[in-house]
Ligand binder design. Structure first.
Ligand SMILES: C[S@@+](CC[C@H](N)C(=O)[O-])C[C@H]1O[C@@H](n2cnc3c(N)ncnc32)[C@H](O)[C@@H]1O
Length: 263
C-alpha cells in the first residue's frame, strides 16, 4: 500500500493506493513520480479554485429546472449581456475561414450578428424553440444577401440534415433538469455531449468553438475528451466579464475560456 499526504492550512489531501498492481510503471520511482504529480495537481487545483470561488456570484439554482424547450423567455433569460464578449471571441474563431458555418442555438441572435459581421460563405442555424425561430425569421430580413439556412428542431433530432462545415459554433443551454444533471453537473464541460457530432460534421482543418464553465483553466479530463475527437485546440481566456451580483445565469464567474478545437 502507498499513502501520500499533503497538509495545507485550509485542507488536507490523501491518496491511498490499495492495490499493488495499480499504477505500475517499470520502475518504483516512476510510480512515485506519477502519484506525486497527482497530489501536486489536486493541491494546485484546490488553491486556484478557492481564488475563483471568491469571485463567484450566486446565480440561479438549476437543480429544479422546469423544461424550457418551448418556453417563451425574455432576452436576459436566454442570455445575459455580460456574455457578449464571449460571443465576440467565439464568432472570431468560428468565422476565421469565412467558409460554411453551423451555429447551434440562435437565442437572441447576438452571435449570429457577430458571425454575419465577420462575413461567411453560408450560415446554418439550428434552433428548437418555436418562439425563438419566429424571431429568427424577423432577424434574417436584415441580411437579404446572405446565404442563411435554418434547421428547426433539437440538434439531437435533426443531425441528419447537417452538412460539412468549416466552423461549428455551439451555444445551447440545458433544456431541463435531466440535461443539467447529466451535462453540467456530471461532465467536465457542457459541450462534451456534442463533441462527436461536431467532429463528424467538420471538414478536415475545420474548427469547433464553445465556452467552458471552468472559469480559470482547463482540466485534464476535458483535454482527454477533446483529444478523443480533435487533433489540436486553442484556448482564449476572456477576463473581466461584467457579471452582475444578481445574475440568474448558471455560469457564475467573471471569466470564461473559449475553445477552438481543430479536426
Ligand atoms: C444561450 S442561448 C444562445 C444565445 C446565442 N448564442 C446568442 O448570442 O444570442 C441557447 C439557445 O439554444 C437553444 N437550444 C437549447 N438546446 C437546444 C437543442 N438541443 N437543439 C437546438 N437548440 C437548442 C435554445 O432554445 C436557445 O435559443
Amino acid at each position: 500500500m502507498i499513502r501520500k499526504f499533503r497538509r495545507h492550512k485550509d485542507f488536507e489531501v490523501t491518496v491511498q493506493v490499495t492495490s499493488d498492481t495499480f499504477i505500475r510503471p517499470p520502475r518504483e520511482a516512476q510510480r512515485h513520480w506519477i502519484l506525486n504529480r497527482v497530489l501536486y495537481e489536486v493541491v494546485d487545483d484546490l488553491q486556484h479554485l478557492d481564488a475563483a470561488a471568491r469571485r463567484y456570484v450566486p446565480g440561479a439554482d438549476h437543480a429544479a429546472l422546469p423544461d424550457r424547450t418551448q418556453a417563451v423567455l425574455a432576452e436576459h433569460e436566454i442570455m445575459e449581456d455580460w456574455q457578449i464578449p464571449v460571443m465576440e471571441a467565439m464568432a472570431e474563431v468560428v468565422a476565421a475561414s469565412h467558409g460554411d458555418v453551423l451555429e447551434v442555438g440562435f437565442g437572441r441572435g447576438v452571435a449570429s450578428d457577430l458571425i454575419q459581421a465577420q462575413g461567411v460563405r453560408s450560415h446554418t442555424i439550428v434552433e428548437c424553440n418555436d418562439a425563438i425561430v419566429e424571431h429568427y425569421h424577423v432577424w434574417k430580413q436584415q441580411y437579404p444577401e446572405s446565404d442563411l439556412r435554418l434547421i428547426h428542431g433539437l440538434w439531437q433530432d435533426t443531425v441528419d440534415q447537417f452538412g460539412q462545415y468549416d466552423g461549428i459554433f455551439f451555444h445551447t443551454y440545458p433544456l431541463n433538469q435531466d440535461e443539467f444533471l447529466e451535462h453540467v453537473v456530471q461532465s467536465p464541460t457542457f459541450a462534451a455531449h456534442f463533441f462527436a457530432v461536431a467532429a463528424a460534421h467538420l471538414r478536415p482543418g475545420g474548427v469547433f468553438t464553445y465556452l467552458t464553465n471552468e472559469a480559470d483553466s482547463f482540466s485534464r479530463g476535458h483535454q482527454r475528451l477533446l483529444f478523443d475527437h480533435f487533433s489540436s485546440f486553442t484556448l482564449q481566456k476572456v477576463d473581466n466579464l461584467p457579471i452582475a451580483a444578481d445574475s440568474r445565469d448558471d455560469l457564475w464567474a467573471d471569466s470564461m475560456v473559449v475553445v477552438g478545437a481543430r479536426k
